[in-house]
Design a protein around this ligand. Structure first.
Ligand code: BEZ
Length: 339
């Protein structure tokens, strides 16, 4: 009898092993009987903006979506405000795997992979709705694909409004009025070239130094987005805001390649869908805030106005000629989105 029980439990154990093996994913990760992953994850995400900026709200939305879509198996800790260092530091941490995700400016990413500069094609999109549609285009995906060889997967783009021009003392009403002004422009060659082609000079100051630089007169104005104009209180130190919406300003959502590709496909799908939902939320919420933000800045005493985009046609052409030649993906982007 004891022999029979022993034989039976051996048989039960063998059955259990066969069953467990049959329920494992391609990479050996345990899955439940219905094929769903049982893995749990504690991810980290880093970005540079303060908690009241849209990119942080989008990161929170991503955390919520991950939690909901994975039934709580995927949790996300967010490190805003450059807590983990500069964007260069964050990208190093992500490619090394100590941080999983980052929302990194396309401006910085273009220093790692030049085709990201395509997003700075001046006046490529009428508004954020059009830019948001471009997220799904073949060319946008090809640009993300250039990160593959750098140990990262490019997942999507997050828009925080378009770029506008802020001036301390001079109301600039046409590109020629910028001649001789010293303007803070993110240290990204295509953005800086756009300004220098008008006769302005550029200073590539990091964001935390911009407020005091304009306050003390070191610079005469800046290239910015409306969201950051409010969250960083630039309205206290500039008088004029030209809502040119001349370029979009995406953050690129990236993830460590080994971490991502080591997950069961069902979990990769959850991540892709959660990030797409957060990106959609970011662009659409931001698009809806355009009028409210302009009003907030007017209420703060700024002169908020528009400049006829056709006045910038010669400068658009200069960009297209220079950057289209530099990278075939940039040319493809210009061909896809230039009217
Ligand atoms: C900037 O460098 O201009 C910037 C960076 C992140 C969010 C908004 C603006």
């Amino acid at each position: 009898m004891r022999k029979f029980v022993k034989g039976l439990s051996f048989f039960a154990m063998a059955l259990l092993l066969i069953f467990t093996a049959a329920c494992k994913g391609n990479d050996g990760t345990a899955e439940s009987a219905d094929g769903a992953s049982k893995e749990t994850y504690q991810f980290k995400l880093a970005h540079i903006t303060p908690p009241d900026h849209m990119w942080h709200k989008a990161a929170e939305k991503f955390a919520e979506e991950l939690d909901k879509r994975s039934d709580g198996r995927m949790q996300l800790e967010i490190y805003p405000s450059s807590q983990l260092g500069t964007e260069a530091d964050m990208v190093e941490q992500i490619s090394a795997g100590s941080v999983d995700f980052g929302f990194i400016t396309a401006a910085y990413m273009s220093s790692r992979s030049p085709s990201f500069a395509a997003w700075f094609t001046p006046y490529a999109f009428k508004d954020l709705h059009e830019a948001n549609e471009a997220r799904d285009s073949e060319i946008a995906k090809k640009i993300l694909g250039t990160l593959d060889e750098q140990g990262m997967v490019g997942l999507d783009y997050f828009f925080a409004g378009q770029r506008v021009m802020l001036f301390k003392d001079k109301k600039v009403e046409k590109p020629e009025d910028m001649k001789g002004l010293k303007l803070r422009v993110t240290p990204s060659p295509p953005m800086q070239d756009f300004y220098t082609s008008t006769g302005a000079s550029t200073e590539g100051l990091p964001l935390p130094e911009v407020y005091s630089a304009v306050q003390t007169g070191v610079i005469d104005g800046m290239d910015m987005d409306l969201d950051a104009t409010i969250t960083n209180k630039y309205f206290e130190v500039v008088n004029y805001g030209a809502v040119t919406n001349h370029m979009v300003w995406p953050a690129v959502a990236i993830v460590n390649k080994k971490t991502f590709e080591g997950m069961p496909e069902a979990d990769q799908k959850i991540i892709r869908e959660a990030i797409a939902a957060a990106a959609e939320f970011s662009a659409m919420t931001r698009a809806d805030q355009e009028e409210e933000f302009k009003k907030t800045l007017k209420d703060e005493g700024m002169d908020i106005y528009e400049i006829d985009p056709s006045l910038f046609d010669p400068y658009k052409q200069k960009f297209d000629e220079k950057y289209g030649k530099q990278d075939p993906l940039i040319q493809e982007f210009i061909d896809a989105f230039r009217d």
